[in-house]
Design a protein around this ligand. Structure first.
Ligand SMILES: [Zn+2]
Length: 360
């Protein structure tokens, strides 16, 4: 048996009939999301392409699929001149270039239009490349890069002030507001009802009334506001019916102090790790809420648009209403489109006071 024959055989075995059927569908659809996953070759011309190539499609019987460009070239196929499958895809190049630009200047504000110009593409082209390749917006990428650099600077011994300056964070409170969203919110690993969770709670006084703070080993899992400890503890038991819940007087006082200070309207001073059970959608909404600056408000539909589900306004309202960590995830900053405050689990007057303090 010749080498060529052996390779043809092994190559055909690499792509199962099932995969080939999927690949053919993506090829016919010119699906850009399939770029990189496989390449298709045309037997009659011995040319291979990316799935998104604009060139005419061969007959199904003339199409072959390869996992890598190397596989295609070993079979004697040459790269197409239109889609240049042997080069790095344009979207990847655009994102790589954007990362370089962002890393060289991590300014507080990312201007997408300006970034696009620096990368040498249109704003739409930049957004498209990000959607395709990175799964996040240029602003989210900038925030992630900033945070990464910030942590690296701190590890290397820079003072917080220097690190803040270097990474373009406006102030200390900014980085804490963001790090909640990026670092602290741990994924839901517990079963519903808090089975297997050990939750400790403590209460403190504030001008908004009693504050109950509950936490696991990993972070804060509930912040309730109300008028009496027994009622708040009952709510906690209802929220986590299967968890082990114990009082701990004076526990995790740094977290409690921070939360009470925020309830009084102070800017964040320290990071608060969170340990929340949440669906993916709730998580996205809560993270979005953490991006609302102090002193500002958003409407439910603005949040729905921001999480990429413009029609899920009611689901957003539900996610806000079920936020277990008031103040830390600032659901009080969401208001109705007509400017009215709308509901707040802990009472409208508390919402009103919180907003007035943060604006002051
Ligand atoms: Zn092509």
């Amino acid at each position: 048996m010749s080498m060529m024959g052996a390779e043809t055989q092994s190559m055909e075995q690499q792509v199962t009939a099932q995969a080939a059927a999927r690949y053919w569908q993506a090829t016919v659809a010119r699906d850009p999301r399939a770029d990189g996953a496989f390449f298709f070759g045309v037997k009659s011309t011995q040319i291979y392409c990316r799935p998104s190539c604009p060139a005419r499609r061969p007959l199904r019987k003339n199409a072959l699929f390869f996992q890598t460009t190397g596989d295609a070239e070993r079979e004697g196929f040459r790269p197409c001149r239109r889609c240049k499958p042997d080069e790095i895809p344009a979207a990847v190049r655009i994102v790589q270039r954007a990362v370089q630009v962002l890393e060289s200047d991590l300014d507080e504000q990312v201007n997408v239009g300006m970034l696009a110009r620096q990368v040498g593409v249109t704003t739409d082209g930049l957004r498209r490349a990000f959607r395709q390749q990175a799964g996040l917006t240029p602003k989210e990428l900038a925030a992630a890069l900033r945070l990464k650099k910030f942590k690296k600077l701190l590890r290397s011994g820079s003072s917080i002030t220097d690190a803040l300056y270097e990474t373009g964070y406006g102030s200390a409170s900014r980085v804490y507001e963001r790090s909640d969203a990026h670092l602290g919110m741990t994924p839901a690993t517990y079963q519903k009802g808090g089975k297997g969770m050990k939750i400790r709670y403590t209460t403190a006084k504030s001008s908004l009334g009693e504050v109950l703070v509950a936490a696991t080993e990993r972070g804060v899992s509930a912040v309730y506001l109300g008028d009496g400890t027994p009622k708040l503890v009952n709510e906690l038991r209802e929220e986590y019916p299967r968890a082990e819940i114990v009082a701990q007087k004076g526990g995790f006082s740094q977290w409690v102090d921070e939360i009470v200070a925020r309830a009084e309207g102070s800017a964040p001073r320290r990071e608060l790790p969170l340990d929340l059970q949440a669906t993916t959608f709730q998580r996205r909404v809560w993270q979005e809420l953490q991006r609302i600056p102090r002193g500002a408000t958003r409407t439910y539909s603005q949040i729905a648009r921001a999480v990429g589900k413009p029609r899920a306004v009611r689901a957003v309202a539900r996610a806000c209403a079920t936020n277990p960590v008031s103040i830390v995830v600032p659901c009080h900053r969401v208001v109705r489109a007509d400017g009215h405050l709308s509901g707040y689990r802990w009472g409208l007057s508390r919402k009103e006071k919180l907003l007035a303090r943060e604006r002051a």
